[in-house]
Design a protein around this ligand. Structure first.
Ligand code: ADP
Ligand code: ADP
Ligand code: ZN
Length: 215
């Protein structure tokens, strides 16, 4: 049983670490960003409502995000825990999540707060590539695929996310600092936060996270 959240600025490595964490702890990986991108791809009403905000690097309105996140958490596969990636991102969202869990007699076990220097974040995001087919993440310099532009896992095409431009990234980092960073203090109060240095290599970051979560 593990109910946990990954907190950290865009490019901190949340998605990358999430893949490893859910493999180890057998819990579902819930990324609100992935849910929105899937909806945009499928042209749903939710996708249409979220797209303009995402393109500008702004947050999607709280009510919309809280609804899709809590809806996802009621699914059967969350019975033994979950890993939330990119949610909550505001104090309002965090309070709504606490209320939702409380209503079910549940609570968060841990908040993993990954931080990375700003200059490294910009390099990570502008060099990020994702597989169009299976969603696997790469970096053109740090974590390159064996063959340029091709996914190691499935042979799918590697593409750049539309919001991974330098301009949008700088705005997303500002938005993070203003609206999401205060969450660290919010969770500090409940004593469940683990601060992780995300500047390290992938494997070292993962080892620090596993140490914080326990076996
Ligand atoms: P987030 O989900 O927090 O936005 P990602 O996991 O997508 O971040 O990582 C952003 C980019 O940085 C990706 O291209 C990823 O391959 C790369 N990356 C992730 N972790 C590390 C690391 N520890 N060192 C170097 N590059 C990393
Ligand atoms: P990253 O980790 O690289 O910042 P995400 O995939 O988590 O990217 O999110 C991409 C975009 O989706 C965000 O910039 C925002 O517009 C929207 N989004 C995702 N999760 C949330 C959330 N919890 N609250 C508001 N907007 C969100
Ligand atoms: Zn792939």
């Amino acid at each position: 049983m593990l109910r946990t959240i990954l907190l950290g600025p865009p490019g901190a490595g949340k998605g990358t670490q999430a893949v490893k964490i859910v493999e180890k702890y057998h819990i579902p990986h819930i990324s609100t960003g992935d849910i929105f991108r899937e909806n945009i791809k499928n042209g749903t009403d939710l996708g249409n409502r979220a797209k303009a905000y995402m393109d500008r690097g702004e947050l999607v309105p709280d009510e919309l995000v809280v609804e899709i996140a809590t809806d996802r958490l009621t699914k059967a596969d969350c019975k033994n825990g979950f890993l939330l990636d990119g949610f909550p991102r505001t104090i309002f969202q965090a309070e709504k999540l606490d209320e939702f869990l409380e209503g079910r007699g549940e609570k968060l076990d841990k908040v993993i707060n990954i931080d990375v220097e700003k200059s490294a974040l910009v390099k990570r995001i502008t060099g990020r590539r994702v597989c169009k087919q299976c969603g696997a993440g790469y970096h053109i310099e740090n974590i390159p695929p064996k063959k340029e532009g091709v996914c190691d896992n499935c042979g799918g095409e590697l593409i750049q996310r539309e919001d991974d431009t330098e301009e949008t990234v700088l705005n997303r980092i500002d938005v993070y600092n203003k609206q999401t960073r205060p969450l660290a203090e919010y969770y500090e109060k409940s004593g469940i936060i683990a601060n992780i240095d995300g500047n390290k290599d992938l494997e070292d970051v993962l080892a620090d996270i596993v140490k914080a979560l326990g076996d």
